[in-house]
Design a protein around this ligand. Sequence first.
Ligand code: FMN
Length: 194
Amino acid sequence: MKKSTNTAINTIFQRRSVGRLSVPGPSEAELITILRAGASAPDHKVTKPFWFTVFEGEAREEFGDVLVNALIDRMKAKGVEPTPAQLGAEKQKLTRAPLVIAVAAKKNPEYSLPDQEIISAGAAAAQNILLAATSYGYGSIWRTGEMAYDPSVKAALGLTEGDYLIGFIYIGSYRDGVAPDPNDPAIDDFVRSW
Ligand SMILES: Cc1cc2nc3c(=O)[nH]c(=O)nc-3n(C[C@H](O)[C@H](O)[C@H](O)COP(=O)(O)O)c2cc1C
């Protein structure tokens, strides 16, 4: 990959998904900037559909109870009992990083925007959060899974069924202190000239 001196470009390529992250997480000041980066994403008609929920410390395990109950209900609906291991993993899910930000996009009934545009703005906010975390030297990962579409999880976050839970952004330090290799994508398969 051609080396660039532009720090924004470097950050874009440096962002990689890292599943397990350790302390320390971002400082309070860094967190505020990360959230402001999220809120500065573009959105059609400036409706600011962004809705962020921050989980740090014990809040991560407390929210685990919401995830556990949601998992039990989802599995019950399929006629299956969750195993103790499944319940334990669900309870601990958010502890895979010191900081987790649930990124959502809310519908505003005063504006008739296509759903695609609400989701797009939410996804742009999520990416801005990932990039801001990366620029501060933290690892991160955007996760969804069934919980991101579960009505009871959404309700616990103050969302209605029509709102979009874009994902959970996990942020923390690289466990071995070493960042993964930057992205080095080839574009030939995705690009054509008209
Ligand atoms: C909408 C969305 C949902 C994702 N959900 C998950 C997830 O639930 N679990 C996971 O391990 N990674 C998840 N990822 C991360 C992708 O696996 C990752 O971005 C992809 O493998 C490319 O790797 P990179 O981010 O290092 O470039 C998600 C990414 C996006 C955009």
